[in-house]
Write a new protein. Sequence first.
Length: 174
Amino acid sequence: MRLKKINKNKRALSEIVSYALLILIALAIGTLIFVWLLGIINDPKTEKCPEDGVSIVIREAICHDADDKVEIAIANQGRFNISGFVVKGSNNPGTKALINLDPNDAPATLADVGELNIIISKDLGPGEEGYYNFSYSALTPASLSKISVVAIRNQSEKMAICTNSLAGQDVSCS
């Protein structure tokens, strides 16, 4: 008789342990989803750029074919200072400019944010223009058909990538 009582107790203990494990697993999965969503919502690297008021323009692009370099005049036509920019190029006029162009200017510095080479220079104020030299030797073959520039703002000590300020220009460097 005593043997039957012990078996019943073991079965009850097994059910309690399985329910406890099920609750712990559900809590762990919920915590992982919460942390993942928190990382998406509060991205510490970038800030949101203002929807309007940021405008960047490529005034001219001068090719120096002997050195595989291009000099680009970038102007700020918006209402806010621009702290930097991302410059990309392509050797195919029918495609997007996706390859980062290497800067040749000594005063410009590079900051890596999400695999983007951001050129940080003296702030370009509204209405100001700057000339910057870039190498397109990373493109194979070494020719340049398209340039695109995206503005970067420094907001609350964080970099804000202004994707709505994309400027592009077709060029012919070979």
